[in-house]
Each structure stands twice: as C-alpha cells, then as structure tokens.
Design a protein around this ligand. Structure first.
Ligand code: HEM
Length: 451
C-alpha cells in the first residue's frame, strides 16, 4: 500500500468528472424528450435543461482531463507536485462554483452568454482556480530536466489557452464589444472555437500520454509526427475558429484556411493512434484492454467526425447545415466520440495501474456490454441527428410545425438512442467511479499472488 497520497487529488477530480458526466447525460435525455413532447417536465424548461446538460458534460471533460494530469505528474512521471494544497483548493473551488452554477440554472438566474449562461461574477472563482492549476502545473513540470515529451507541451498549452480564450469570451462585458452586435458575435464565437481547441489539447495530450505508457515506448511522444500534430493543433486553436463565425461577414479565405487546418489536425491525430495500435504486442493489448478499447473507439470516431466535418466545411453545405441538428451532431459526435472516449480510457488506465487484476476483471463483461451499448447507440444517435438536420435543411415550407412533424421519426430515434447510450455510459461510469473509490479507500484489498 502506498504512503504517498499526492496523486489522490487527481483521482477526486476524475470521480467528480464521472458524476458530472452521468448527471449531464440525464439532462440531455430530458432535453431530447422535450424535443418530442414540449410539455414534458415543463417546470424544467428546455432553457434550463440545455445549459445544465452542456455545462455538466463540458465540465466533466475538464474534470477528467485535469484529474489525469494531477494524477500522472506525481504518480507516474515522478515529479512531486509543487503544491498538494493548491490541488485541494482547486477541487473545492470547482465543487462550490459548480454547485452555485447549477443552483443558478435551476432557479432561473441566468446572466452570461451561450454555454456560460450563469451570472458572470461566477467566472471569477473559475479564473482564480485555473491560475492555481496553471502555476502548479508549470512549477511541477519544470522539475523535469529532460526535454519535454509532446504531452507536457499539449497540457501546458491547453492550460494557457483556456485562460486566454475564457477571458476573451468575457469581452462582451465591456461596452465597446457589447454595443456592436457583429463585433460581439465574432469575438464570442471566435473565443468558443479556440476554447474547444484548449480542451482538445488537454484530451489529446492525455491520449498521447496513454499511448506512450501502454506501449511502454516513449518514442511516440517525441516523434516528429507527434510534434507536428502539436503545432498543427496549436495553429488550429489559434486560427481554426473561423467556421464559428461563418454567418457573420468575414474574409472567405480565412474560413477555407481554418477548415483545412482543422481537418489536417484530426487526420494526423488519427494516424498517430493508428500507428501506435498496429505496433502493440498482444499481451500489451490485453493488459490494458479497457483503456485500449476506449482509445480504439476514439480513433474510429475521429475518422467518422472527420468525414462529417469535411462535408460541412464546404461553404455551400455549411450554409445549408448551419443551425440544424447537423451542427449538434458535429458537436456531440466530437465531444462524446473523441473527448469522452479518450478520458474514459484514462480512467480505466488508472484503474488497471492501481488495482490488482482480480478486482477489475470481475466487472469486465459488464464493462464490455456498456462499451458496445454506448458506441452502437452513439452511431444511431449521430445518424439520426444528421438525418433530422437534412430534413430541416431541405424543408422549404413556412410552417415550423410541419417541418418538426417531418423530422419527428429521426428525433424519436435520437432520443431513444440517447437513452440507451446513457445506460451504456452509466454502466461504465458506475464501475469507473466505484473502482476508483477503492484506490482512494484507506485500506486496500491485499494484493493477490502474481499469476
Ligand atoms: C455523453 C455525453 C454527452 C456530451 C459530451 C454531450 C455534449 C453536448 C454538447 C456539446 C451540446 C451542445 C451542442 C451545440 O451547441 O451545438 C449538446 C447538446 C444537446 N445534447 Fe448532448 N451530449 C452528451 C449526451 C447526450 C445525451 C445522452 C442526450 C440524449 C438525448 C443528449 C441530448 C442533447 C440535446 C437535446 C442537446 C441540445 C441540442 C440543441 O440545442 O439543439 N446529449 N450535447
């Protein structure tokens, strides 16, 4: 049993992330039913369920990624955390701010902009705790005297850029931006595009870290391909936001360029994981099989999303798909298929590393069932959203009601597959949460004899 508990803070973040994801999906499902039956749970209007859903699932991405970083640095990279106290402060800051935001949504107290619809004063603790995280990260990582592997750069960049882009997304508080609608929208959506890039950096960094650890070969994290992905990702983070402002006047070349950059990034990321997969020995695959399975799923979803992104990046199609369910398919396809899959790989990698085989092997068949249920449902969910989007895009009548009736079968399939996807993820999250709790439990089950 280990006496060093400096990495425990990371596990607490991960567990909170799993709770946020489980609750967030429930609000997504309620929102799906509200599409079908607008009077469903009317006291919890869609104006509340949507921000509750989006805030919870996006915060789960941050929590799982942050937790992984806090865990891997001291435990596996053998870099003592600069401040363990700051991790606790960050955690409790997140909990209190998060609960206050949920309370604001439930009581109908809005005040921010889309995606951050809580009163903007609540962004102050978010900024402060992020600074704590950033200082802790850089002061810890700089103890590593070796040249940094690519994932250190990715995590560091994600941290810095989240701070910049989150600050940018608050520029509307200044009258100069707020008083001109085009200016406000451009700045708002530009910052959101780059913000997505910042959490992608945290998640992709985690994927490359896991790939390196699972294969036991550092060469991927120092390869030219991995660093080209990093620079492309950085470039994408800074310039790939243009499609978010498609409907406001801007130079067409900026959009074309930005799309090209984001496609290349996805492609290279897929290639790295693909190459890594081909090089794994069978025993390595089995040893980490849950983590491996989630990374493999992320890889497949990279290619599926790349296909959709390529189509909606064509300006003529973009005009037709913008604001339809196709945009939602793109948003959910990437966050669930890529970010969540990578971060679940991280959860099960930690479990494999920290608990004896015997313990997690007990639930492996349930985990497999949850995995397939979630992924097959996600495929149906994704296609149903695209078909609903096409239905909306091609409708040339004037009656909203008529259009909604036309796409109702697809919305029905979307909601139903949303329910089964949630069940699949709940099974996975339940075991992840429970097993991680065992790592945190003060008394460990005795290690079994090695086979
Ligand atoms: C598994 C984790 C999930 C993640 C990470 C996720 C992520 C997201 C994101 C990022 C959005 C905003 C999309 C946009 O603005 O274009 C969204 C919206 C939405 N999600 Fe999810 N989602 C998840 C699961 C679900 C599930 C299981 C359902 C169930 C049906 C669902 C239903 C919805 C609905 C109804 C919306 C609002 C769409 C709209 O406003 O048109 N989500 N989700």
């Amino acid at each position: 049993m280990t006496t060093d508990t400096s990495h425990y803070g990371g596990l607490r973040f991960m567990r909170l992330g799993m709770l946020a994801l489980a609750a967030g999906m429930l609000f997504g499902v309620i929102g799906g039913f509200q599409f079908l039956f607008p009077e469903f749970l009317q006291e919890l209007l869609f104006t509340k369920t949507r921000p509750l859903h989006v805030s919870l699932v996006i915060s789960s991405i941050f929590l799982l990624a942050i937790g992984g970083i806090y865990f891997y640095l001291p435990r596996q990279c053998r870099l003592p955390l600069f401040s363990v106290k700051a991790v606790n402060l960050h955690y409790w800051g997140f909990v209190v701010t998060g609960l206050t935001i949920i309370g604001c949504y439930l009581s109908g107290r809005f005040g921010g902009r889309e995606y951050f619809e809580f009163p903007p004063v609540l962004s102050i603790p978010i900024f402060l705790t992020w600074i704590l995280f950033g200082v802790n990260y850089f002061c810890t990582a700089r103890q590593d005297k070796e040249p940094w592997p690519v994932y250190y750069w990715m995590w560091g960049t994600g941290i810095v850029f989240f701070f910049i882009t989150y600050a940018e997304s608050h520029l509307w508080l200044i009258p100069y931006f707020r008083e001109n609608m085009v200016r406000e929208i451009i700045v708002q959506w530009k910052s959101y595009g780059a913000l997505t890039g910042s959490w992608n950096m945290l998640a992709y960094g985690t994927a490359l870290y896991l790939a390196t650890r699972i294969s036991g070969c550092e060469k991927y994290s120092r390869s030219r391909l991995a660093f080209s992905l990093y620079f492309l990702g950085l470039f994408n983070l800074m310039f790939g936001w243009a499609h978010h402002t498609y409907f406001v006047p801007s130079e067409p070349w900026i959009r074309t360029f930005a799309y090209f950059v984001s496609m290349t990034e996805l492609f290279i990321f897929g290639k790295i994981i693909w190459d890594w997969r081909a090089s794994l020995e069978d025993w390595q695959k089995n040893r980490h099989c849950n983590a491996y399975r989630f990374l493999m799923a992320a890889d497949v979803w990279v290619f599926v999303n790349l296909g959709l992104a390529l189509v909606i990046s064509v300006p003529a199609f973009n005009l037709f798909t913008h604001g339809t369910h196709i945009t939602v398919a793109h948003a959910m396809g990437t966050t669930i298929g890529i970010n969540i899959m990578i971060l679940l790989a991280s959860v099960f990698y930690v479990i494999r590393e920290e608990l004896p085989n015997e313990i997690h092997a007990r639930c492996s068949s349930q985990l497999r069932t949850g995995f397939w249920l979630a992924n097959i449902s996600l495929a149906v969910f994704f296609v149903a959203l695209i078909l609903a989007g096409i239905g909306k895009g091609v409708y040339d009548g004037t009656s909203f009601q008529e259009m909604m009736t036309g796409i109702r079968p697809f919305l029905f399939a979307f909601t139903l597959s949303g329910v089964t996807m949630m069940i699949g993820f709940w099974v996975i999250l339940w075991h992840g949460f429970r097993l991680m709790g065992q790592i945190l439990a003060p008394v460990r089950v005795a290690e079994p004899e090695p086979a």
